[in-house]
Unconditional design. Structure first.
Length: 422
């Protein structure tokens, strides 16, 4: 079980090139009510902005984030704006439209509304605008005031993801989360009051000390709140984190794999029955509220990432930015780039990635699409492996999917199919 993956349906397309104008109009009313002309020929593009600041470092988190550096936010913003402008000059984006934007972290709510507005203006100038862009933002419980949430809404943010993690105080403490259980509920209420009707909540399970009953209670409580989307992540031990050191030193013991799997299976079934079908290993949504941004990642839509540690995938190239705020800002200033490295995605890499990401999606891998793109009939080339996993997979409607009995083995099955046929 891993974290973070989604699926997307490229939909409304538009070509309103006057983004600046559009933002000003929106500030008076709401620019999403303005319909840009449909342009079938445009290509969807996703934008990601990494906000690397946090109030405290959680014991398990290896995402790039730094504590006590809020005074650097103005300088960081300057670099971001410069990076966005340079990217716009470097790439020909005339055939693209912005489908989704995601402010992730770190903690994006540490940006004041006027700072976010400046960023939005720059981002919306990058290329044509989609007719119904999904613009999402992660927030931490207790860290965004109602006033700020309303301002974010006014800026066009239309999806909020709240990192609730747990409704058990002892588990929040173990994970070094600085919010209380009550803040999960009051922040959710504030997000609703601010007018958001597309809200997601993250919960973590298989935390040392967590009982199955506590996990059941967390999910039952969350379902009573009726968010549109729920992400459930099994706690993973990442190198370089405090949790890793504790586990290594024998101070902390992770839950047995069978317990972890039991919690996952129960949660997936429960959420399904409660109106939240699973659409990706860790993600569940009311129909129509699947996270389009993540789905874009998982289905090969190109994306540009801005900020330290952000990744981009554009035209067969993957690049990633420096994982250090200071060197990233220095890079932008001196060389005009915050990137540390890049790679060309070879056909075999693209093939393997398609298998890996699509098998994490409940809808599975479209075998006809795979064969068209990679000129390979997987049913023939991987016949032996498909036989080996026969009771853990389902093949129907030209899709290869993981069966319920194979959920816990998704990675192993993918891995067997990923190696190229000899
Ligand atoms: C990196 S955080 C950023 C958003 C926000 N700061 C928060 O904490 O929710 C995104 C999600 O990844 C989850 N996450 C990070 N590291 C994880 C780990 N080792 N195991 C499971 N979930 C993890 C977080 O708990 C959160 O739900
Ligand atoms: S989990 Fe979220 S709040 Fe915690 S350190 Fe990571 S990014 Fe920051």
């Amino acid at each position: 079980m891993q974290r973070k993956v989604n699926w997307c349906t490229p939909h409304a397309k538009g070509n309103d090139t006057n983004a600046e104008n559009n933002v000003s109009r929106k500030l008076e009313s709401n620019y999403f009510s303005l319909h840009s002309p449909m342009t079938q020929a445009l290509i969807p593009l996703s934008l990601y902005i990494h906000v690397p600041f946090c109030m405290a470092k959680c014991t398990y988190c290896d995402f790039y984030s730094i504590v006590g550096r809020e005074h650097s936010i103005p300088a960081y913003l300057k670099s971001l704006l410069h990076e966005i402008e340079l990217k716009q000059q470097e790439l020909d984006l005339s055939k693209y439209y912005i489908d989704t934007i995601f402010f992730g972290g770190g903690t994006p709510n540490l940006l004041a509304p006027h700072q976010l507005e400046e960023l939005m203006r720059a981002l919306l100038r990058i290329c044509n605008l989609g007719e119904e862009m999904e613009i999402g933002m992660e927030i931490n419980p207790g860290e965004a005031s109602l006033e700020n949430l309303k301002a974010y809404k006014g800026l066009g943010i239309n999806r909020i993801s709240i990192g609730m993690q747990s409704f058990q105080s002892k588990l929040l403490t173990f994970m070094s989360r600085i919010h209380t259980v009550d803040k999960c509920f009051s922040t959710f209420d504030d997000v609703r009051t601010a007018g958001f009707n597309n809200v997601s909540a993250d919960l973590i399970f298989a935390v040392p000390g967590q009982t199955r009953e506590e996990w059941v209670a967390d999910l039952e409580r969350l379902v009573t709140m009726q968010p549109e989307h729920i992400s459930t992540y099994s706690l993973t031990v990442e190198e370089g984190t405090a949790l890793h050191r504790w586990v290594d030193a024998g101070h902390v013991k992770m839950l047995e794999e069978t317990v972890d799997t039991g919690m996952y299976d129960w949660g997936r079934d429960f959420l399904e029955k409660s109106g939240y079908p699973n659409y990706e290993v860790s993600n569940h949504a009311k129909p129509g509220f699947e996270c389009r941004h993540n789905l874009n990642y998982w289905t090969g839509v190109e994306y540009l990432g801005f900020g330290p540690a952000a990744h981009s995938y554009f035209g067969n190239n993957r690049t990633w930015n420096l994982r250090n705020l200071d060197t990233y800002m220095e890079g932008i200033k001196v060389t005009g780039s915050g990137a540390t490295d890049s790679e060309i995605i070879t056909p075999s890499m693209a093939r393997n990635e398609m298998i890996l990401t699509r098998l994490r999606l409940t809808r599975g891998l479209n075998l006809e699409e795979f064969s068209k793109i990679h000129n390979e009939n997987l049913l023939h080339t991987k016949n032996n492996m498909l036989k080996k996993w026969a009771d853990k997979i389902v093949i129907s409607d030209s899709h290869l999917k993981i069966a319920r009995t194979g959920w816990a083995l998704t990675d192993e099955i993918s891995s067997d199919l990923m190696s190229l046929p000899s």
